[in-house]
Design a protein around this ligand. Structure first.
Ligand SMILES: [Mg+2]
Length: 231
């Protein structure tokens, strides 16, 4: 095994529990704005539409087919449309309210803080995320994750998104280190694992649901606690 000095973490779906936090904020929005009166009959419909549309838009964002501004502008109109809601009736502040509520949520994956505490004693720990500066900073602060990281690299700062190896090269340059001394941990084979592979950085695929994937990582774990055996 290589001698690692730097551990890079993905944030959403790896440490910060995106699904749980987003579910809470969507539920609050559904009730706060009484979306059943705007044509979206049930929360489940709203929730399903959010997942369908948001996943698609982030996929597009990750391959450069849509930018941040348009992702945010188009998200809820598309979601309302998909859920059978009245697009013209979407409150003006809806997207902003969603961003604010969501990034204020604090749920993290089981054992996140314990493993970060453990790793901080042996390595330097950093974040490489495809999210936006403001929202990622807020999420880390709200959840108390911010205290664990030395360097936070976002796609917004670097202008490159995982799996583009340049976002990893940027991190290596900032730290004055080499790929051989680094390890990337993330939940997304197409961005975290593939991107690290392209930058010749070893990878840990965090795969809590045991999904099948064609992209084979250096290591695979189902629970963050397993990192204690690896590192
Ligand atoms: Mg992720």
């Amino acid at each position: 095994m290589k001698t690692y000095q730097h551990i890079f973490f993905d944030l959403d779906h790896t440490l910060w529990d995106y699904d749980r936090n987003v579910t809470e904020s969507l539920s609050e929005l559904y009730h706060h704005y009484a979306l059943q009166n705007l044509g979206i009959e049930t929360f489940d419909k709203f929730f399903a539409a959010f997942h369908h549309v948001n996943f698609q838009l982030w996929d597009w964002y990750n391959v450069g087919k849509i930018d941040k501004h348009n992702l945010r502008k188009e998200r809820f109109p598309r979601i309302f449309d998909h859920a059978g809601g009245n697009v013209a009736a979407i409150p003006g502040e809806f997207e902003e309210d969603f961003m604010h509520r969501t990034s204020s949520k604090s749920h993290v994956f089981p054992y996140s803080k314990e493993i970060l505490t453990y790793l901080r004693n042996k390595y330097r720990v950093h974040v490489i995320t495809n999210g936006f500066n403001e929202s990622q900073a807020k999420k880390m602060k709200s959840s108390g994750l911010d205290i664990f990281f030395d360097l936070v690299v976002t796609s917004e700062t670097t202008g490159h998104k995982k799996p583009d190896p340049r976002i990893f090269h940027y991190a290596l340059d900032q730290l004055g280190t080499l790929a051989d001394h680094c390890l990337m941990i993330g939940d997304n084979p197409n961005s975290d694992i593939l991107g690290a592979q392209r930058a010749q950085i070893d990878q840990v695929f965090f795969n809590p649901e045991g999904k099948e994937t064609e992209i084979k990582a250096t290591y695979e774990i189902r629970h963050l606690k397993e990192l204690e055996e690896l590192l």
